[in-house]
Design a protein around this ligand. Structure first.
Ligand code: NFK
Ligand code: ZN
Ligand code: ZN
Length: 208
């Protein structure tokens, strides 16, 4: 059976977030006993928690908000490629990877090995990769990392360059068990009108 596979991080009160960012919290703020009929929960979180998409407003005051993003980017065929043990993600690392007809590219690096701790360093996307990918028709880039830029980057050059080239960003995927190949992807953002990012439930299913 061709089942959908969850490639999202679980959202519990222990999930690690960007250093200094709002911790994730879910609690029942109005209990069955208090309300007389039901438990009502309350969620506090950063828009960049776990598996999430970035809107350009995250790094550009004049950039698009989540509601402005085309939902068609986040559903459809996607290719998973495996780049273990890379120091960066650039054209050299993707040399030899067939990107023909690929609109959605998901890269499994395995570089965030212990998800109970925020990584101190990650392989960054080389800004020059954005043009390389867009020339080949890629419109969505997903990674198993908390950012497309280095953790200590303040310029966020890869974020800017991907956006300039029309490539949308999906971060924090869980691809540990996922074999390279062609899949269908669904990772829809919430219809957040003002937000700079959104959590997603990312799922894939093998094509054919
Ligand atoms: N770029 C990262 C998030 C990020 O950079 C960040 C998130 C929360 C608080 C501070 C952050 N960056 C600060 O330099 C992301 O897109 O998820
Ligand atoms: Zn983000
Ligand atoms: Zn980001």
């Amino acid at each position: 059976m061709n089942k959908w596979i969850d490639i999202s991080q679980r959202l519990d009160n222990n999930i690690v977030v960007w250093p200094g960012d709002t911790p994730f919290s879910y609690k029942v703020s109005w209990s069955m006993e208090e309300s007389g009929s039901c438990n009502v929960g309350e969620i506090t979180m950063s828009a960049h928690t776990g598996t999430h998409i970035d809107a350009p407003f995250h790094f550009d005051n004049d950039g698009k908000r989540v509601i402005d993003l085309d939902i068609n980017l986040y559903i459809g065929p996607a290719r998973v490629v495996h780049l273990p043990n890379v120091a960066k993600i650039g054209g050299k690392e993707l040399n030899g990877v067939d990107l023909g007809g690929v609109e959605r590219l998901l890269i499994r690096t395995d570089a965030w090995s212990d998800r109970r701790a925020f990584p101190s360093s990650i392989p960054p996307v080389e800004p020059g990769l954005a043009a390389y990918l867009s020339e080949r028709g890629v419109r969505l880039l997903g990674l198993d990392l908390p950012s497309v830029d280095a953790i200590d980057s303040k310029e966020l050059s890869a974020h800017h360059e991907l956006t300039r080239c029309g490539i949308h960003i999906l971060e924090g995927l869980v691809l540990d068990e996922v074999e390279p190949g062609d899949y269908e992807l669904a990772a829809l953002p919430l219809p957040l009108v003002e937000a700079d990012g959104s959590p997603v439930r990312a799922v894939i299913r093998k094509l054919r």
